[in-house]
Design a binder for this molecule. Structure first.
Ligand code: NAD
Ligand code: UFG
Length: 334
């Protein structure tokens, strides 16, 4: 298949491109590099030994984006392009609605105009909000989000659901990711955000390489076994493989499906700290801080639907996630 991958140089997109190319699909990447580097493209070529068509285009630019749709006949689109910093979205809601909603609407308009019938969208477990009991099941639908970022994911889900009602030939998979961590085994792709990371594992990684002095653990008074919050961490390679299965499912099945991509296992913040210490053999200092605003207590996936529809099961455990994260950080210390 020929697949348009928006945001394909980002963290999840780049790992997915590897899986797509290794399974004999061809990809065209569109990315404006707002949160990625062009070196990722070189690394993708090194890893896969394949040519990749890349265009530095903002999906908000309808005219430039349409040139791509005129140049290629796509079988499917995997839509990763979006801004993802929860805190920033609270400070700059319009930026998030414009980029993540208006940009997506451009893309969906072009998909319809150019007859691309298969779309896989990057949604998030954040759309469940704090409304439901774990494990989160797809049938629960949309909960209450505490931030504009989450709202943009919900709006995209609603738009694609409505669109699928208007065109019976359309096939949409809404993938609700839990918490992706880790890196490619090649150590050429991974996550190393500039500045102070918002997310747990990138932060621990920077403590491990002594770029930051200690981890702030946000809250140890949750109703969990060790008092710290619980998440469903999924290895980025497993997540990328889930996209391969989802896009292959989309071309064979019409209609819309919401599918969780997680492991179904919950891990607390302190368990993750211990796993990282074991994998890296480095002590991770931490200080307990008050809860972080907007955080929920416990979040993990019901994985039955992913297993049933996609035959998707995860392979890697948290120690391997930590080991791959650490190896990537060591290799990429500047
Ligand atoms: P990322 O920031 O690494 O990748 C997103 C890519 O999209 C970047 O390369 C960025 O440059 C590009 N991009 C952003 N806006 C664009 C625009 N207007 N035009 C063209 N390119 C644009 O993020 P990621 O972690 O790889 O996430 C990919 C998708 O998955 C995002 O939509 C994100 O919201 C979603 N998601 C991520 C997580 C997570 O924890 N990483 C969890 C749930 C959902
Ligand atoms: N945490 C800390 N210290 C830190 C960073 C995080 O204690 O320095 C804690 C948080 O309070 C939370 C847990 O670690 O309890 C996980 O936090 P992350 O920021 O790593 O992840 P979140 O679950 O808050 O959110 C992530 C993405 C969202 C996505 C969601 C999907 O940031 O975009 O996963 O479940 F929507």
């Amino acid at each position: 298949m020929k697949i348009l991958v928006t945001g394909g140089l980002g963290y999840i997109g780049s790992h997915t491109v590897v899986e797509l190319l290794n399974n004999n699909h061809s990809v065209v990447i569109v990315d404006n590099l707002i949160n990625s580097k062009i070196e990722v493209l070189d690394n993708l070529k090194i890893i896969t030994k394949k040519e990749i068509d890349f265009y530095q285009i903002d999906i908000l630019n309808f005219i430039e984006l349409e040139k791509i749709f005129k140049k290629y006949k796509f079988d499917a689109i995997i839509h990763f392009a979006g801004l993802k910093a929860v805190g920033e979205s609270c400070d700059k809601p319009l930026l998030y609605y414009e980029n993540n909603v208006s940009g997506s609407i451009n893309l969906y308009n072009l998909a319809i105009k150019h007859n691309v019938k298969n779309i896989v969208f990057s949604s998030s477990a954040t759309v469940y909000g704090d409304d439901f009991k774990v494990p989160f099941k797809e049938e629960y639908g949309l909960g209450t989000c505490t931030n504009p970022y989450g709202e943009t994911k919900k709006i995209n889900e609603i738009i694609l659901t409505d669109l699928s009602k208007t065109d019976k030939d359309l096939s949409v998979v809404l993938l609700r990711y839990f918490n992706p961590v880790g890196a490619s085994k090649t150590q050429l792709l991974g996550e190393n955000p500039n500045g102070i990371p918002n997310n747990l594992v990138p932060y621990i990684a920077k403590v491990a390489i002594k770029e930051l002095p200690y981890l702030n653990v946000y809250g140890n008074d949750y109703n969990t076994p060790d008092g710290t919050a619980i998440r469903d961490y999924i290895h980025i390679i497993d997540l990328a493989k889930g996209h391969l299965k989802a896009v292959e499912y989309a071309v064979k099945n019409k209609g819309i499906e919401v599918i969780n991509l997680g492991t179904g296992k919950g891990t607390s913040v302190l368990e993750m700290v211990k796993a990282y210490e074991k994998a890296s053999n480095i002590k991770i200092d931490y200080k307990i801080q008050p809860r972080r605003k907007g955080d929920i207590e416990t979040c993990f996936a019901d994985t039955a639907k992913a297993k049933k529809l996609l035959n998707f099961e995860t392979e890697y455990d948290i120690e391997e996630m930590c080991l791959d994260s650490y190896n990537y950080m060591i290799k990429n210390i500047k």
